[in-house]
Write a protein that binds this ligand. Structure first.
Ligand code: NAD
Length: 435
C-alpha cells in the first residue's frame, strides 16, 4: 500500500520506517526542512537503537521517501498517518493545533477517498473534531481512525514490529478493512488487533500511560517509606512483582517518570476530566508526587556537603531514561537547575543526550567527554540515568579522581555491600544509606 506519514519524530519516523519494512511504500512528510534533507541523505535525525539499519534498508529498497510537501505525498497515497506533536498547553490540556492544522490541509488537498489515521496521543473526541473540520473543506469521502502508538523510546523498532496489540478505533467498515491490510504482516504473525470505537481507543492510550505513571509513582512512595522504616525496596519489589496480578515491570523506584509522554498525558487526562466535571484525584496526586521525586536527592547532597555553594557536582546521565537521546522532562534537567540555583558548579556526561542539552544550555554547565573525566575533582556524583556504561564502573578510578567518595544514585545501580567495601557514602532510593 502507499502510505503517507506526517511528522517524522520518534513515532512518525519509526512507524514510517517499520511500515516500509512490512512492504508498504511510505512517504514521510515533515515541515522541518533540515531534518528532511538529512533523511534524504540517508541520515537518521534521532537516536533509536536498530532504526538506522531498517531505515537504510528501506531507502535502498525504494520503499521509504522524505519530503516537506504534503501535497506531493498525497498525490501517491490516500492513507495518511498523523504522528504530530500534542504538547501540553499552558493549562495542561493537549495542544491540538498541529493535528488540526494538518487535518485542514488534508481537507484542502484531497482529490479522492482518503483515510486519516491518527497516531498522535489525543484527548477523547479528537477524531470527531478532525472529522468535522475536514468535512468543511472537502466534498470527497473520507474516514478518520484512531490508532494510538504504544512504542517505548529506546525499544521503538522492536515495539512497533512486535507490539503486544494494535488498537484501532473507528466506525467505518471501509476504514477497518484498510487498517487490516496495513497491519496484515503483524496480525498474520499472531499479533492481535483490537477494534473499538474512536473515543474508547483515544482513552485507551491516555489510561494506559496514566496507569503506568501511577505504578511508578506508587513504587516511589513505597521506596521513600522504606527508607523511613528500614525496609529494602529491592526486596519489597521482588516480593510484590512475583505476584502475577501485579507483575514485575514498572516497579523500579527512581527519580520519577519523565519524557515526552507520561508527564503530558497525565496532565492532559486530568484536564480532559475537569472539562466534563470529572476529578481524576489519583492522577493529581501522582503528578504532585512525581514532581517532588525528580529532585529528591538534592537535599541529601546538600546535607552531606553542608551546602552547595561553590561545590563541584558531577552528573552521570542526562536522557530521561537509558537508550534514548530524548531529554524532554528529564529529571536531570530539574536537578541541574536546582544545583545551579544553589550555587553549585555542574559537570555532566551523557554519551548520547549531551548534544540535545547543549542546544538549550550551551555554557550553563560543563560537558565531559567521558564518565571518568566527569567526576574529576567532584564533591559528589549524582546518577540521573540508568545507562549500561554506569552499571559497572571502576570504583578505584572514582576513588582516585573524586574529591569526596560520595554517590547519590537516583537509579539504584549498585550493590550496597560493594559500595560499603569501597568506602563510599552511597545514597540510593528506598535502600539503606551507606556511610
Ligand atoms: P516529535 O516531537 O518527536 O516529532 C514530531 C514531528 O512532527 C517533528 O519532526 C516536527 O517537525 C513534525 N511536525 C510538526 N508540525 C508539522 C507539520 N505541520 N507537518 C509535518 N510535520 C510536522 O513527537 P513524537 O515524540 O514522535 O510524538 C508524536 C505523537 O506521538 C505525540 O502525540 C506523542 O504523544 C505520541 N507518542 C509519542 C511516543 C514517544 O515515545 N515519543 C510514544 C507514543 C505516542
Amino acid at each position: 500500500m502507499n502510505i503517507t506519514i506526517v511528522g517524522t519524530g520518534y513515532v512518525g519516523l519509526v512507524s514510517g520506517t517499520c511500515l516500509a519494512d512490512l512492504g508498504h511504500s511510505v512517504h514521510c512528510v515533515d515541515i522541518n526542512r533540515e531534518k528532511v534533507e538529512m533523511m534524504q541523505k540517508g541520515k537518521v535525525p534521532i537516536y533509536e537503537p536498530q532504526l538506522e539499519e531498517v531505515f537504510l534498508r528501506n531507502i535502498k529498497g525504494g520503499r521509504l521517501f522524505f519530503t516537506t510537501e504534503l501535497k506531493e505525498a498525497m498525490k501517491v497515497s490516500n492513507v495518511i498517518f498523523l504522528a504530530l506533536p500534542t504538547p501540553p498547553g499552558e493549562d495542561g490540556s493537549a495542544d491540538l493545533s498541529y493535528v488540526l492544522n494538518v487535518a485542514e490541509q488534508i481537507g484542502d488537498l484531497m482529490t479522492e477517498y482518503t483515510l486519516i489515521v491518527n497516531k498522535s496521543t489525543v484527548p477523547v473526541g479528537t477524531s470527531e473534531k478532525v472529522k468535522n473540520l475536514i468535512q468543511t473543506k472537502t466534498k470527497f469521502p473520507f474516514d478518520v481512525v484512531s490508532n494510538p502508538e504504544f512504542l517505548r523510546e529506546g525499544y521503538a523498532v522492536e515495539d512497533f514490529m512486535k507490539p503486544e496489540r494494535v488498537i484501532v478505533g473507528g466506525s467505518s467498515q471501509r476504514a477497518f478493512e484498510i487498517m487490516d491490510r496495513i497491519y496484515l504482516p503483524l496480525t498474520n504473525a499472531g499479533i492481535k488487533m483490537i477494534k473499538m470505537d474512536e473515543k474508547s481507543s483515544e482513552l485507551t492510550k491516555y489510561a494506559s500511560n496514566s496507569f503506568l505513571a501511577t505504578k511508578i509513582t506508587f513504587m516511589n512512595e513505597v521506596a521513600n517509606y522504606c527508607e523511613k522504616v528500614g525496609a529494602d525496596v529491592d526486596k519489597v519489589r521482588f516480593g510484590m512483582g512475583s505476584d502475577e496480578r501485579i507483575g514485575n515491570r514498572f516497579l523500579f523506584p527512581g527519580l520519577g517518570y519523565g519524557g515526552s509522554c507520561f508527564p503530558k498525558d497525565v496532565k492532559a487526562l486530568i484536564k480532559s476530566g475537569k472539562e466534563v466535571g470529572h476529578n481524576f484525584q489519583i492522577l493529581e496526586s501522582v503528578e504532585k508526587i512525581n514532581q517532588k521525586q525528580k529532585t529528591i536527592l538534592i537535599p541529601e547532597v546538600e546535607k552531606y556537603l553542608g551546602g552547595l555553594e561553590g561545590k563541584n557536582i558531577a552528573i552521570w546521565g542526562l536522557a530521561f531514561k537509558e537508550n534514548t537521546d530524548d531529554i524532554r522532562e528529564a529529571p536531570s534537567l530539574e536537578i541541574i537547575e536546582q544545583l545551579l540555583e544553589k550555587g553549585a558548579k555542574v559537570t555532566a556526561y551523557d554519551s548520547i543526550a549531551s548534544d540535545n542539552v547543549k542546544k538549550i544550555w550551551k555554557n550553563k554547565i560543563t560537558y565531559a567527554d567521558n564518565m571518568y573525566d566527569c567526576i574529576e575533582g567532584a564533591d559528589a556524583l549524582i546518577i540521573a540515568t540508568e545507562w549500561g556504561e554506569f552499571r559497572n564502573p571502576h570504583f578505584n578510578i572514582l576513588k582516585e579522581k573524586m574529591k569526596n567518595r560520595a554517590i547519590f544514585d537516583g537509579r539504584n545501580l549498585y550493590d550496597l555491600n560493594e559500595l560499603a567495601f569501597h568506602g563510599f557514602y552511597y545514597k540510593s532510593i528506598g535502600r539503606k544509606l551507606i556511610k
